[in-house]
Write a protein that binds this ligand. Structure first.
Ligand code: HEB
Length: 457
């Protein structure tokens, strides 16, 4: 395995994407939360929310910088590791790749202006307005780059003549069948993840209550309420859009859904298999052991009705099937999605009904682990989407094995890039920790009252 360039290329690309997606996700979601905090701050004339927006923006700049490095690594690796893919599809996907860079610069320019104009306007809404293009740019880069991934699942907008793509229609390729569901699921799940990462930070501080002043406690409680409310909204929208993704798969890539659900025979009233293990029988078929089976749920996921027919894996040749372990990635993603919806609903209910203390230790702990779990969910979602598309790199057109480089240099590259990501990850963590430790909330809250006070409004 370790001298097979295809496997090594997949490992290196997978590693790069797994690392990049954390920063990309943060990059998509933070501007929206910043804008929400600044909005409430201006509206309620509450400088705590403004401080929240400022602190989130500062952290954001560090993660954006890492995202730029890893994003560049992806660009490099695409042409180095997957030359045949780029040769065949490069022209077709050039438009969204270019548009993504454009969206990024658009975002970066306005982020710069946003950063340098805090307190510069008499009317604070002007500063808030500058944040809007930052949110749009961040979300559009996610949109454009996801259309490229959608294209790999639904390659459209060209004809193949003698192995080369001709009559290319870039817009058709970009707005392919997979684009609507994929782009929305990716964008909304990024918002969800960031809401939970920020909620986890607030919960973390509140859990160490003893060291907090009253002003600090009030600050973190505001952060928690805002982020968990956003978490609740985005958890439900992610699940809704995820359901559309399921329906897309059932219709256009049924073997991908069947692999996730260990659904072998085509049936109506299909049950959803959760967890369990596969036991291979002598005749090559499988028996599912120890799974929870939810009646009709797969039919509902696939077609919205309990009697929808769901195509089984046995309809497909073995060499066209994805590895069956993708089942676990799907289960992990969905379970975490449910957990995030439940814990945020519980917090908001407790807060609204005032029967249960929303800031009790257990709820705070539950929200705290929601942050890392959301990241796991993002990773699991992508693992499912990418490994579940195998053996294809361009679904139905080009196999992954035919797309990879034959170079023998991938092994050393894998080691080098692993070291690079380790270094980047460490530096980023250290910088963020230092930045926030050296300038704690308490100090800034105190400064706030002395120097800026209410004068900033
Ligand atoms: Fe998800 C993917 C569903 C949740 C993230 N998802 C996916 C898919 C599906 C789903 C079907 C595949 C698609 C394709 O491949 O085309 N989800 C779902 C559901 C739910 C979910 C049903 C509910 C619960 N997710 C979720 C969460 C998250 C996610 C929570 C995070 C946070 N996913 C994700 C991602 C992905 C997915 C990132 C990859 C991309 C795409 O879209 O593909």
């Amino acid at each position: 395995m370790f001298n097979d360039p295809v496997m090594l290329s997949r490992l290196l690309t997978g590693l790069t994407l797994a690392f990049h997606i954390i920063f990309a996700t943060i990059g998509v979601g933070v501007p929206l939360m910043v804008l929400a905090a600044e909005y409430i701050g201006i509206k309620r004339k509450d400088s705590d929310y403004i401080l929240l927006a400022r602190r989130w923006t500062r952290g954001y700049i560090v993660t954006v910088a890492v995202g730029v490095v890893t994003g560049t690594a992806i660009g490099l690796q695409l042409s180095l590791l997957w030359p045949s893919l780029m040769q065949v599809a490069g022209q077709t996907i050039a438009l969204p790749l270019f548009m993504e860079t454009f969206a990024f610069f658009f975002e970066a320019i306005f982020l710069g202006i946003y950063l340098y104009t805090w307190d510069r306007f008499k009317n604070p809404w002007l500063h808030w307005l500058i944040g809007i293009p930052v949110v749009i740019g961040a979300t559009l880069s996610a949109f454009f780059i996801t259309t490229v991934n959608s294209f790999m699942n639904s390659p459209e907008g060209f004809k193949i003549v003698n192995g080369t793509l001709t009559q290319i229609e870039p817009l058709k390729a970009m707005f392919n069948t997979a684009t609507p569901t994929k782009a929305t699921h990716v964008i909304v799940s990024a918002y969800l993840t960031v809401a939970f990462i920020l909620a986890a930070i607030a919960a973390f501080h509140l859990l160490r209550k003893k060291t907090l002043s009253a002003a600090e406690t009030a600050y973190h409680k505001k952060a928690l309420r805002l982020t968990v409310m956003a978490g609740l909204i985005f958890a439900f929208s992610t699940a809704l859009v995820g359901d559309f993704s399921g329906k897309y798969l059932a219709k256009y890539q049924p073997e991908k859904l069947a692999a996730a659900e260990w659904h072998f025979e085509t049936t109506n009233e299909a049950e959803l298999i959760f967890g369990g293990i596969l036991d291979e029988q002598a005749d090559g078929s499988y028996e599912i052991k120890g799974a929870v089976k939810i009646p009709y749920a797969l039919s509902i996921l696939a077609g919205g009705a309990p009697d929808t027919e769901v195509i089984g894996l046995n309809e497909f040749a073995k060499e066209d099937q994805a590895p069956l372990f993708v089942h676990y990635f799907f289960d992990i993603m969905v379970s975490i999605g449910m957990y995030l919806a439940a814990i945020s609903a519980l917090f908001i209910l407790a807060f609204r009904l005032k029967k249960l203390n929303p800031y009790n230790k257990w709820l705070l702990r539950g929200i705290f682990i929601g942050g890392p779990l959301a990241i796991v969910s993002i990773e699991a979602g992508w693992m499912y989407a990418e490994i579940g598309r195998q053996p294809w790199t361009l679904y139905g057109i080009m196999r992954t094995a035919d797309a990879a480089t034959t170079s023998t240099a991938v092994g050393p590259m894998l080691i080098l890039f692993s070291l690079l990501y380790l270094l980047l990850g460490t530096i980023c963590t250290v910088v963020l920790l230092r930045m926030f430790k050296n300038n704690p909330v308490g100090k800034e809250l105190a400064d706030d009252h002395h120097t800026r006070g209410e004068a900033m409004f």
